[in-house]
Design a protein around this ligand. Structure first.
Ligand code: NAD
Ligand code: TYD
Length: 349
């Protein structure tokens, strides 16, 4: 039986990966390591929490000695590292937290693997990263695996640093690493600070929908289950030392995406057409706001046979249905200081 460490498994993408691995691979013991920040929530994992091949460990990846102890105790055969501070706006207001979690935390895991793993054969250290490390595109072109790094926010700079360190551990110590860089994910269990769940939450509760700047920035959206499927493929079949880009070929300006969401929400909530669009409010732009992200995912499609399974309108419908059916989850994660935090953020343009 192999023991796989998944970090950040109580967060959005991590919870989909943990659920998938626990259910699909009964021969693996899955250890989910997470320190449960505001973004980590164990109710994301109720479906599998009692499975015999699942264990949760509350721990902080910034504690290097603890990481070594855990590597010794569990003798992990592989690592899928997702734990991170993940929201660009928070990285602008509190950059240091991103340096500790994303850079120091990643190095602590790399070190633990380097020192505690006696034999690297059959092992894999898989680091999950973002397309934001490549910077911002103009109106044309795509990010490829060999696009030069050009991160522009504290979040993307911290993820770029961690990617560089992962590659350095391969080149210097021979640690068997692999990296993937994915575009914007959406789906169930995403914390309502990111655009899509925030807009769903606000529309449902008749709160303004803050659109940064002119709403003209473009993101390439991918359904989270498709990302989890890519992670599964890369963990099992991805080549050591390689990088794989993952994306949906699904570019939307923020304003077009929000308008589509408003239409879906009006229909689902039986409101007259146009009601939700009245909530759209243009607010002060994000500092250093990257204009456009777009991934070329030819490599993973050709080499590993991956492709996205859902059209965007289908994925968005499913996502809206999930949030409307899971009001308790939303209430739970938006209790406490949530509204106070967001009320402070916006200045109307
Ligand atoms: P998330 O914020 O929803 O979850 C992050 C998880 O990491 C949380 O459960 C949190 O408690 C945990 N965590 C944070 N700091 C920790 C620490 N010091 N020790 C232990 N656990 C800690 O993030 P997400 O959106 O699920 O993203 C997961 C990973 O995927 C991140 O590495 C992110 O950079 C990457 N990624 C995200 C996207 C996206 O669209 N969300 C796209 C590409 C890549
Ligand atoms: P976000 O979900 O924060 O992801 P990222 O910044 O990592 O791409 O934001 C997606 C896009 O939506 C981005 O261009 C910023 C914009 N945005 C808004 O216009 N309003 C909002 O309230 C948020 C959270 C984001």
């Amino acid at each position: 039986m192999k023991t796989i460490l998944i970090t950040g498994g109580a967060g959005f993408i991590g919870s989909h990966v943990v659920r998938r691995f626990v259910k699909k691979y009964p021969d693996y013991k899955i250890v989910n390591l997470d320190n449960l920040t505001y973004a980590g929530n164990l109710t994301n994992l109720l479906e599998i929490e009692n499975e015999p091949n699942y264990e949760f460990v509350k721990a902080d990846i910034t504690d290097g000695e603890l990481m070594k102890k855990l590597f010794k105790k569990y003798r992990f055969d592989g690592v899928i590292h997702l734990a991170a501070e993940s929201h660009v706006d928070r990285s602008i207001s509190s950059p240091m937290e991103f340096i500790f979690a994303n850079i120091v935390g990643t190095v602590n895991l790399l070190n633990a693997a380097r020192v505690i793993w006696e034999d690297y054969s059959g092992k894999k250290f898989y680091h999950i990263s973002t397309d934001e490390v490549y910077g911002s595109l103009g109106t044309t072109g795509f990010f490829y695996e060999n696009t030069a790094y050009d991160p522009r926010s504290p979040y993307s700079a911290s993820k770029a640093s961690s990617d560089h360190l992962v590659r350095a551990y391969y080149h210097t110590y021979g640690l068997p690493t692999v990296i993937s860089n994915c575009s914007n994910n959406y789906g169930a269990f995403q914390f309502p600070e990111k655009l899509i769940p925030l807009a769903i939450h606000n529309i449902k509760n008749n709160i303004l929908i803050p659109v940064y700047g002119k709403g003209a920035n473009i993101r390439d959206w991918l359904y989270v289950e498709d990302h989890a499927n890519a992670i599964d493929l890369i963990f099992h079949e991805g080549k050591v030392a390689e990088t794989y880009n993952i994306g949906g070929h699904n570019e939307w300006t923020n304003i077009d995406l929000i308008r589509l969401l408003c239409k879906i929400m009006d229909r689902k909530l039986k409101r007259s057409p146009g009601t939700s669009e009245n909530l759209i409010t243009y607010v002060k732009d994000r500092a250093g706001h990257d204009l456009r992200y777009a991934i070329d995912s030819t490599k993973i499609q050709n080499e590993l046979g991956w492709k996205p399974s859902l059209q965007f309108d289908e994925g968005l419908e499913k996502t809206v249905d999930w949030y409307l059916a899971n009001e308790e989850w939303m209430k739970n994660v938006t209790s406490g200081d949530y509204q106070k935090y967001y009320d402070k953020q916006y200045t109307k343009r």
